[in-house]
Design a protein around this ligand. Sequence first.
Ligand code: G3H
Ligand code: 13P
Ligand code: ZN
Length: 312
Amino acid sequence: MPLVTSTEMFKKAYNGGYAIGAFNVNNMEIVQAITEACKEEKAPVILQVSKGARAYANHTYLVKLVEAAVIECPEIPIVLHLDHGPDFETCKSCIDGGFTSVMIDGSSKPFAENIELTRKVVEYAHAHGVVVEGELGTLAGIEDEVRVAEGDSSYTRPEEVEEFVTKTGVDSLAIAIGTSHGAYKFKPGTKPQLRFDILEEVSRRLPGFPIVLHGSSSVPQNYVDMINKFGGNMPGAVGVPEEQLRHAAQLSVCKINIDSDLRLAMTGTIREFFTEHPDKFDPREYLKPARANIKELVRHKLTDVLGCAGKA
Ligand code: G3H
Ligand code: 13P
Ligand code: ZN
């Protein structure tokens, strides 16, 4: 089947009590690892591309890689989504250039400006058959080289969500309930806890409406340990407990964004490879086990965290 929007996926996910995985893609091996796991597990999937990914790999290369995955995996629905669209022009370029979904991230702007910008993107996107994700609330961490300090992050205010959704016409809403971008989400030794009270209040105000969680990597300690064992230095990397993501997926959360976990799997595997084979220099030899480990990690997310295996 051709690329799809997330409309049907989210409806089924909402009613079925599971979430769709939204995985960031930057190169061929990552696209292959994710889609092979989804194909084998019969899972719908969102492949997402950030501004940084477009700068690194080029818009056309990424679209063509995703189109190749669509050909190789005709039996699963695949969405091509712009992650953290920073402005109208970037969203327009992706809408015109083959994406089926875009995020406009106006979360750092004042409420009225966020509404205005998001509404403008929705108008253009919907006229072209593309769906839009908006965001309210600010996550801590780093995205596209912009670092948001913990003190500058803020939870979503549930009292704002109805006005935002009504005035903008967005198709899904990303909210801030304690997740954050990157590999250092919670202070070591503290108990990570998402604000389910905020999620529940948002859902009460927006019944049936798909909610999105960014910053949802769990930072698997086996890969942090592997990185540290083989020459890396990532002390205190901590992620979101998987059981809390599973719980969110059973509620109104229909899309869960995972990027850092894939990066950790790739980096750990390649570090180990080079330590054990200092004489090797063929990129295929170290990218192959990295791709295989990302694939197994994605399989685990689909079956044990998101609950979307078998839902394609
Ligand atoms: O939220 C950000 C994603 O992890 C993408 O990261 O901007 O480094 O491509 P990036
Ligand atoms: P992580 O850094 O937790 O993987 O979050 C990714 C993300 O939110 C992409 O938009
Ligand atoms: Zn994000």
